[in-house]
Design a binder for this molecule. Structure first.
Ligand SMILES: [Mg+2]
Ligand SMILES: [Zn+2]
Length: 200
């Protein structure tokens, strides 16, 4: 009414949801890919994203990428990995309304990016920004991520939350502290949950 359209959205974490996390020998943990050749999307991702678009959701990426700030890779690698993702999505006619990346880390080694920023998850900064910029109804929107910080971010913003339980994250001793609305084994499974709960 009054020409104002209310949009519903899916805020997608990237690593562990869209693409595989990569084992880092130096830290003993699964992390974001640091090289283009390590960026591999899961086989069900394209169909899952198409289903979400058909259900009428606007797609957003919301991703912390602190590995340049931490001195683990170059900014160019991070940008090239993004270009690869964007290329795959374009080729498959999937439209993300905006990619929200936080490149900061409070305890990094690269000075410019080693700050206590306002955009790093679990801050709901980007979800609130999308709400204002694209008229997103957060109460009819979802976040899908594989870490507690994704769930905490979603709760703060007032969206529904799905935690993807990856093998890697279950090995992380610090994981499992958040309270998601739902748990799923992967994005395909998460889309089934969203479809079942879809109200608009
Ligand atoms: Mg993740
Ligand atoms: Zn940030």
């Amino acid at each position: 009414m009054g020409g104002s359209k209310i949009n519903k959205a899916i805020f997608l974490d990237r690593d562990g949801v869209i693409n595989k996390n990569i084992f880092n020998k130096n830290t003993g943990e699964f992390e974001s890919p640091h090289r283009v050749k390590d960026f591999k999307i899961f086989p069900w991702v394209i169909d899952s994203l198409k289903t979400l678009e058909i259900l009428g959701y606007k797609l957003f990426l919301i991703s912390n990428q602190p590995s340049y700030a931490k001195g683990k890779t170059s900014l160019k690698n991070i940008k090239d990995i993004h270009k690869k993702l964007h290329g795959i999505l374009i080729k498959n006619k999937i439209k993300f309304i905006e990619y929200f990346y936080c490149y900061h880390h409070p305890k990094g080694v690269v000075k410019k990016y080693s700050i206590k920023c306002k955009c790093r998850k679990p801050s709901p900064y980007f979800l609130n920004l999308a709400n204002k910029k694209y008229n997103i109804d957060l109460s009819n929107s979802w976040i899908v991520g594989d870490r507690d910080t994704d769930v905490e971010c979603g709760i703060k913003a007032g969206v529904k939350t799905i935690l993807i339980k990856t093998k890697e994250e279950s090995m992380n001793k610090k994981a499992g502290k958040s309270k998601p609305f739902y748990k799923a084994k992967n994005l395909k499974d998460a889309v089934k949950i969203i479809k079942k709960n879809d109200r608009l």
